[in-house]
Design a protein around this ligand. Structure first.
Ligand code: DGL
Length: 284
């Protein structure tokens, strides 16, 4: 295995950039190839078989680019399709559910854990299963918060509208004596401050993307797969520079605009591709 191959990341769209940022911060020597399936977003309202199909197509596209590891940044795809994706490709695949669950159990120490996510993630019960596999006695409350996704993309994270939506969604979670609240959707870290204020600053917030980035770091270390770069090269790395490649399946301009909102910078290398329905991948 070539250590200097990039790490592949895919998401249903732009939200997975929060996971890209967490990975980039912890692993500045690594290069990344990101695929945002902007033509077929959202995944959070779709069925298991559809999300599996999309996930497999995305994973195969990234595998064909030459990557050493695949991170499924999308919580919905991780919750519904991780086994199917793992069976479809030959590289190691890491999802965001288990790392998020492990971090929550560690911090909650037996108290109730709340998970906020898309409708499909909540319906799958994937977080509750992962948490109860580690600690069968921990109570888990899951709540779908679909409006957080457009609010984050619109740049309204700090608006009165977002606060009122958060108050409505989180109202009865405030009454539970929570040991942790899992941000179980790629977009929710953008609303982290607001969610923290509304749920109460004493409740630890778990960002599944950050927990996953920690896990990817230890995995690369244990498998001796970390990229080698000189100190000088490392110092010059910045988010979205031309060593990281970004692909979308539609609407590249909108992706660049929202990326700038999420990361403070837009990708230097951004290309639109089709990842389905072709024997040969076509770029345009
Ligand atoms: N990326 C999705 C997730 O983390 C949120 C957006 C969508 O519904 O596709 O679940």
């Amino acid at each position: 295995m070539n250590l200097n191959l990039p790490i592949g990341i895919f998401d249903s769209g732009v939200g997975g950039l929060t996971v890209y940022r967490a990975l980039h911060e912890r692993l500045p020597a690594e290069r990344f190839v990101y695929l945002g399936d902007t033509a077929r977003v959202p995944y959070g309202t779709k069925s298991l078989s559809t999300v599996e199909r999309y996930g497999i197509e995305n994973a195969k596209f990234l595998e064909a680019q030459g990557i050493k590891l695949l991170v499924v940044a999308c919580n919905t795809a991780s919750a519904l399709a991780l086994p199917a994706i793992g069976n479809a490709v030959d590289i190691q695949v890491v999802g965001v559910i288990e790392p998020g669950a492990r971090a929550a159990v560690e911090i909650a120490r037996g108290k109730t854990i709340a998970v906020i996510a898309t409708e499909a993630t909540v319906q799958s019960g994937a977080y509750a299963k992962a948490i109860n596999q580690i600690d069968p006695h921990t109570k888990v409350i899951e709540r779908a918060c679909p409006l957080f996704v457009p609010l984050a993309e619109e740049g309204w994270a700090n608006s009165a509208v977002a606060r009122s939506v958060a108050e409505q969604y989180l109202q009865n979670l405030r009454e539970a004596d929570l040991g942790a609240l899992v941000l179980g959707c790629t977009h929710y870290p953008i609303l982290r401050d607001l969610i923290g204020e509304v749920i109460g600053t004493d409740v630890p917030l778990i960002d599944s993307g950050e927990a996953t980035a920690e896990e990817v770091r230890s995995l690369l270390e244990s498998k001796q797969l970390r990229a080698s770069q000189t100190t000088r090269e490392l110092e010059e790395r910045r988010l979205c520079d031309d060593l990281d490649h970004f692909y979308v399946t539609d609407a590249a301009e909108r992706f660049a605009k929202v990326a700038e909102r999420f990361l403070g910078t837009a990708p230097s290398v951004l290309e639109a591709v089709e990842v389905w329905g072709h024997d040969e991948l076509r770029t345009y």
